[in-house]
Design a protein around this ligand. Structure first.
Ligand code: FES
Length: 166
């Protein structure tokens, strides 16, 4: 049975979260100082940092589950479940808001049929808020699959999304 935690195109498909977590920890010599890198790498490998993986990380690094959970819940970049194949991070911080970011968010969410912070049922797209992408001079700004875009309106952002889908 397919692992529900894995993206369709995730590397290392078929590995369960605990096993994947142990492998990532081992690559870092089970060093507790590398916890953040380990979590990022796990998310890269299986598309998320699910609860099911956290005890394995705590065991491997010889730290408490609470410590691992604390880090995962502190950083907004870590996700319990895999996001969509296209990830859109729209800035809603002050400079972007002053240039219409909230209207842009509303329009792009409506156009793609999901609410902010959600992933579409077909796993095509995730749209999530971020607070400053360091691109304030070119606001409103968004990141589509890691690529920064500025001076956006609905048409330009949708074009970036459609471009990322191909
Ligand atoms: S406020 Fe949006 S990029 Fe800085």
């Amino acid at each position: 049975m397919a692992n529900p935690y894995l993206k369709d195109d995730a590397p290392g498909g078929g590995v369960d979260p605990a096993t994947a977590a142990e492998a990532v920890c081992a690559r870092h010599g089970n060093d507790p100082a590398a916890l953040l890198e380990i979590l990022h790498e796990l998310q890269h490998d299986i598309g998320c940092t699910p609860q099911a993986a956290l005890p394995a990380i705590a065991n491997a690094l010889n730290i408490s589950r609470a410590e691992v959970h604390g880090v995962v819940s502190f950083y907004h970049d870590f996700h319990e479940t895999p996001g969509g194949r296209i990830t859109v991070k729209i800035c809603r911080a002050e400079a972007c808001q002053s240039m219409g970011a909230l209207k842009l968010i509303e329009a792009i969410c409506r156009r793609n049929g999901i609410a902010l912070g959600e992933t579409s049922a077909d796993k095509r797209i995730t749209i999530e808020p971020v607070y400053c992408l360091g691109n304030c001079a070119l606001s409103p700004a968004a990141m589509v699959n890691g690529r920064l875009h500025g001076r956006l309106d609905e048409t330009r952002l949708q074009a970036a999304i459609d471009g990322a889908a191909t």
